[in-house]
Write a protein that binds this ligand. Sequence first.
Ligand code: ADP
Length: 560
Amino acid sequence: MDEDRVSTLTKHQIEKLLLKKADHFERLTKDLSEKNAELRETQKQLIAEKEIAESATKAKAMFLANMSHEIRTPMNAVIGMTEILKETNPSKEQLTFIETIHKSGYDLVHIINDILDYSKVESGKMELEVQPINLHELVSETANLLVLKAEEKNIELIYYIDEEIPPVLHADPTRLKQILVNLVNNAIKFTSVGEVVIEITLEKKLASEAIINFKVIDTGIGIPENKINHIFDSFSQVDASTTRNYGGTGLGLTITKSLVELMSGEVSVTSTTGEGSTFKFVVGLPYTASISKSPRHASLFKNKTLLFADQNASHRKYLRKKLQSLGFNVNAFQTIEELIANIKAVPAVDLILVEDFLLGNMTDSVKEGFEQLLKTGQIPLIKMLPFGKVPDLKKVNSLSIKRPLKRENLISVLTTALEGNSKKSPKSSAKKTHEPKDISVLLAEDNKTNQLVAKGLLKSIGYQIEIVDNGVDVISKLDEKYYDLILMDVQMPVLDGLEATQKIRDLEFKPGQPIIIAMTANAMEEDRDRCIEAGMNDYLSKPVKRDEIIEKIEKWFPDN
Ligand code: ADP
């Protein structure tokens, strides 16, 4: 009986327990479904917020692209008009004013480009356009862009590229140049005494790519230890005070870092305050194996003895390296006196190179001794001139080369000197000249000021153009007369440049389709693609420069 009781009690208890549990589960389920509803609500909110954030990013990118377009349009007028004004025989004072406007215009365009690049980096839209490049050309162009700035501050700009670096590399030339320009610009900006060196060496040559080490070394103010880890952050500057000495947006290094990383490389910096900084980036670039035929100059230079005098220690170091890698036996001296004093110890001298400054500062007795030495030994002399100095044309016999020394020019002047042919001295970098082609040009552009700019620029290179201000008028003009070249703005009322081009491409013309080149302030990569997709042949981004127009005309009308 006792047993029975236990079991009834237990049953009762079990039922109670079950009921309790059921109740508990019911509450749990209710709680859970409430929580579920809450979660769903939160998820909904998050999705909505994500959409808002995405559309804000899109709006920001759109805003930047539009702002860039709007600012570029008047800047096109400012820069273009100053280029035209320069050709109108202004007085010296007026020319200074014009050049100031011109330079400020470029500075502003530079800032706009930085902001645009930064927005591309932020939205992950930055892409590389890889093509075969010649590193010597690219670095020489970069150095030429910046050397005047360095000379203005009395700073030496030197570049050195290892001879072992393959001649044809594959990289995005615009972006590689942009990285170098950013670093060298900073180096010049933050240096008041001394020099800036671009040193490019081959770290390793693998089967498919060359690992290349780029260094930009300056002797400037340096970067304090507590700031060095932050300088690659956006908008970060060592001196961010309102009283700072140096302008800038603080975006250059952020963009530089992103570009290097896009090339799968790494950028770093070492610095000592008061002594200078070294920015370094290492990238692996695919290369085209060259057919190993030794160049013509190799046998001419081999084992020839060359002496040179240069007061700058870095010049001596890099020039010696370069000349040795070209095959010369080299002796370098700090002064001409030193060179003369040591010449007896050198068996046979084939060539002497001297910095122009030293030649201009010899005492009479040194001068006499030096001239005697050249004459008796019949040793050719090459002068090294600073960039800004135009060679004295009256002294046609003296060979000269401009700094920063470009490899091709150096080889050419050395060859000329050794072959005793002084007529073929290297070309100086003159303003682009152009033989006008026999072509008819139509401009489609709605902005009156830009019409004037384009008309003036084209007139200055030898073309009379006709102008219309929308796409419909382009087509009706083509109905009356054939044009070889159409310079087409993209954003125009009535019918825009893209649609107009598509319509033109559907028409037939006896002499063939005209060449259509977009001339637009939309500077993004996609804009360019859209122009090409619409059927245009090429693309010029505003502000349009005289040399760029010439380049495009020569590209598309080589035989006229
Ligand atoms: P910006 O030069 O426009 O200010 P950057 O991003 O190029 O912007 O550089 C960020 C900061 O890093 C500079 O403001 C400067 O403080 C520091 N910096 C960059 N390069 C150098 C250099 N070569 N020497 C000293 N400081 C430098």
